[in-house]
Design a protein around this ligand. Structure first.
Ligand SMILES: [Zn+2]
Ligand SMILES: [Zn+2]
Length: 819
């Protein structure tokens, strides 16, 4: 073994020797299954540090559970569809979806995606992920597309998917409907405009009542369908139920009372428009108001806006303000900060417009009940899901007016418009490219128009658990869905991936998708802020691996923070992890000098007194601490406390094994106190090294494999990753030995300090050491201090003259020189 630990060499060696098949899931195995519903990342080509953290957690669990005797499935999928790839393709090829055919455009998207997948796969392998590559799936492939379309058919037939004209969130730039989860909120500067409304009709002349209404969106005046005030607002009692005339457009609207009006905002009177925001949609439904749509799908004003038709929203806003001002209908303006809903992708302010779309029914109670049935780590993230569910105003809009997505398997009869859903044998299908074989059930027509819209990409990825479990949607098979064991994911996609997956599993199988959900945090930069290119605080896992190796990166992932909390990336943690690898390497090198010929425990060998009682106290002390380590690490792993597990392993290896134990038993290992003392130490050291290689295997798979290959003589063809997890040996837990061993280690440390403070070489003998204690195994103290030790049982009086040390309450007298 080389003196320095060289990660390129060791990791390179084990990467080359790695055998994918040892991680293949065997469905026919007798072992209990442990299926992980791994996230299928969006193939951007960049496996960033946040992904890497997430995957490290998954791999820790997969490797641990395998060692615990589970048949683990760690599949890897790729969630391919969606807008970012379309945008990238347009950028790379200098084209647009309008310029080339849909088929060509999709092919370019597929090419780009395939290349990106290969890049990300390379990174996953380099990080030592124990992925079952035989279970890889790609959502843009026909097999998965069929699965998504099949789920659509099932839910449509179950009445859970429907088509309707309904207000949806709409991005006028991307020209597509988007779901609530795709709306982000940003603070922007805006003006609050105070506009003058008057009483309508005859009262206008009779009473001359002027009402001021404050709005940030005067361009929606044409869409104003009502006005509302708070029922307790005394200022407006006289106008409730009366009609007002909308300035410029001069149509009349009724004044409603509504509890949700905030009397403190503006003048306390609000315009209800179709649609300014979600509250407008609620009022529109509640009061059964008419629809006056003044903004179209490209963000232009419609005929409803009369003189402003074809203007953009911004242009219309300016023009209307000028016109109102000219007519004396704009009383004043004040600047405010406004929380604006924008498109997640392009940051354009969204509009709410009413269009014909496909929707999935959201049954809130069912989802909330399911969320309570699932075990959440950490528990508090369940609240985030609950709040989200409660806040949804309408069903999940699943149709997208885009190209790179799974086509909605539907045709419309050209003659009568009746919807025709594809049959199971016809899918996967692109309805734009083919026609159904059967005529229209309503009119017998044979000409159809295929649905051009595609499905929201979450319609694909919300099925991953069912896909991994091999669920066939075949209710008649009589096989019930068994929830998979684990869903690991980031907290940023609770409102999307977790929510949609629960919804779909309940809808399709009536069961929760998984028993446990494990939420990971985000990685923050060294400056404590979210990593972003603009802050230049990003770190790529690739860079860390080149410098320090994958095992060091993985150690950082484990120890960086508790699961669920955001983890700050810090180079000092990487350096610490790297130092630990070297320290452990030194231990291993030293151990192998003595253990290269190690065969079997001495108490089983001929020529030695049989039985463990022959172990020396210090060896029993080490083994007891080792078994306590197994207990605590196992407990931590069961509760996903990787940071605790890794800290405990480090503390044991560094403090107990390296600093104390090896110093105490060096002499015995060199045979200076006989064969039995030597064999006892070899046994304990061997147990410790082998156990460490096993406990470390989930965290540092390359390094652990190297350790194991050194220590597990006779098993060298075997991989540590096929080993069983280390069981606790209860008879090795020995508090007496631990107390005695602690005292021995403390005394030796105290004597070493004593020597170094006085400039005495550590190897130099002293005159004598008196220890005032009933009984103690002095052999290793004598070896480690090169000094004779005498036990003094009469603890009440100090026998000799010397320097008195107090070692945790035990008196130790050092006599420098014996006369
Ligand atoms: Zn957009
Ligand atoms: Zn028809």
């Amino acid at each position: 073994m080389k003196k320095a630990y060289e990660h390129e060499e060791i990791e390179g060696k084990w990467l080359e020797k790695s055998d994918d098949s040892i991680y293949y899931f065997d469905a026919s195995s007798d072992k209990p299954p442990y299926i992980i519903d791994t996230p299928p990342p969006y193939p951007t080509g960049d496996f960033h540090i946040g992904n890497a953290l997430n995957w490290c957690y998954i791999d820790f669990i997969a490797r641990y559970k395998r060692m615990r005797g589970y048949e683990v499935m760690f599949p890897q999928g790729w969630d391919c569809h969606g807008l970012p790839t379309e945008v990238k393709v347009e950028e790379i090829h200098g084209t647009s979806r309008h310029k080339i055919s849909t088929q060509e455009f999709r092919e370019l998207c597929r090419q780009l995606t395939r290349g990106n997948i290969e890049q990300m796969k390379g990174m996953m392998r380099r990080l030592g992920m124990s992925i079952d590559w035989s279970k890889e799936y790609v959502t843009m492939d026909d097999r998965y597309k069929r699965y998504t379309q099949l789920s659509f058919l099932k839910m449509y037939r179950g009445g859970l998917i429907y088509q309707a004209e309904h207000p949806v969130n709409w991005c006028p730039r991307c020209e597509t409907a988007i779901a609530f989860a795709e709306v982000e909120y940003e603070d922007r500067d805006a003006y609050l405009n105070y506009l003058l409304f008057e009483r309508a009709g005859a009262e206008k002349e009779a009473e001359h009542v002027e009402i001021e209404i404050a709005t940030t969106r005067p361009e929606l005046l044409a869409s104003c369908v009502a006005v509302a005030v708070h029922p307790d607002d005394e200022r407006y009692k006289t106008i409730v139920e009366k009609k007002l005339e909308v300035p410029i457009f001069e149509h009349n609207v009724k004044v409603y009372e509504d509890e949700s009006v905030d009397p403190e905002f503006g003048t306390g009177v609000v315009m209800i428009c179709t649609f300014g925001d979600r509250q407008d949609v609620r009022w529109w439904k509640l009061h059964n108001l008419p629809l006056r749509a003044s903004i179209d799908e490209r963000g232009r004003m419609t005929e409803v806006a009369r003189g402003y038709v074809k203007l953009s929203v911004e242009e219309c806003k300016q023009k209307i303000i000028e016109d109102l001002d000219a007519k004396g209908l704009l009383k004043r303006r004040e600047g405010i900060k406004q929380n604006v809903g924008v498109c997640w992708r392009c940051k354009t302010p969204i509009e709410i417009i009413s269009t014909k779309q496909w929707f999935v029914r959201v049954k809130k109670e069912e989802i909330l009940n399911a969320a309570r049935e699932i075990k959440w780590y950490p528990e508090h993230f369940r609240i985030r899901l609950e709040n989200w569910v409660e806040s949804m105003d309408w069903d999940w809009c699943i149709s997208r007016q885009r190209i790179f997505g799974v086509p909605i398997p539907v045709w419309y009869c050209k003659q009568c418009g009746t919807v025709k859903i594809a049959g199971e044998e016809e899918i996967p299908v692109d309805p734009v490219m083919t026609s159904p074989e059967e005529p229209c059930v309503n009119c017998g027509g044979t000409e159809f128009e295929g649905e051009k819209d595609v499905l929201d990409t979450w319609m694909d990825s919300s099925l991953t658990a069912l896909w991994a479990a091999g669920w066939s949607f075949n209710a008649s098979s009589g096989i019930e869905y068994e929830p998979v064991e684990l869903r690991p994911q980031g907290h940023d996609i609770i409102r999307t991936w977790a929510f949609y997956s629960i919804l779909r599993s309940i809808a399709l199988t009536k069961k929760i998708p998984w028993r446990t959900i494990l939420i990971n945090g985000m990685v923050l930069g060294e400056d404590g802020y979210k990593m972003s290119k603009s802050r230049s605080n990003t770190v790529s896992p690739d860079y860390v691996i080149q410098k320090h190796g994958a095992d060091v990166f993985r150690q950082w992932a484990a120890i960086g923070g508790a699961v669920g909390s955001d983890v700050q990336f810090q180079w000092k943690d990487i350096v610490a992890a790297s130092k630990f690898m070297q320290k452990l390497w030194n231990i291993l090198r030293f151990a192998m000098i003595h253990l290269s010929d190690y065969e079997k425990p001495f108490f089983k060998k001929e020529g030695f007194t049989k039985g463990k009682s022959n172990l020396r106290v210090v060896d029993k002390w080490l083994l007891s601490k080792l078994n306590r380590l197994i207990l605590s690490v196992t407990d931590s792993m069961e509760n996903f406390k990787f940071d605790e597990a890794m800290k405990d392993i480090r503390a044991f290896a560094w403090n107990v094994l390296a600093d104390d134990y090896i110093e105490l038993v060096k002499s015995r290992l060199y045979g200076r106190s006989g064969e039995e003392g030597k064999e006892s130490a070899k046994y304990a050291l061997h147990e410790a090294i082998k156990t460490l290689s096993i406990l470390l295997a989930p965290f540092v798979p390359f390094y652990a494999e190297e350790m194991y290959s050194q220590i597990a003589k006779g098993e060298r063809e075997k991989s540590v990753h096929k080993e069983k997890w280390q069981e606790v040996k209860p008879d090795m837990l020995d508090s007496e030995a631990e107390n005695e061993g602690d005292l021995i280690a403390d005394i030796v440390r105290a004597v070493r300090r004593y020597k170094s403070e006085r400039g005495i070489p550590l190897s130099a003998p002293l005159g004598k050491i008196e220890v005032y204690v009933e009984s103690l195994d002095t052999e290793d103290i004598e070896n480690a201090t090169a000094t004779k030790v005498e036990l003094c049982k009469n603890m009440s009086e100090i026998k000799s003259e010397g320097d008195i040390l107090d070692v945790n309450g035990t008196k130790v007298v050092i006599i420098k020189e014996v006369k």
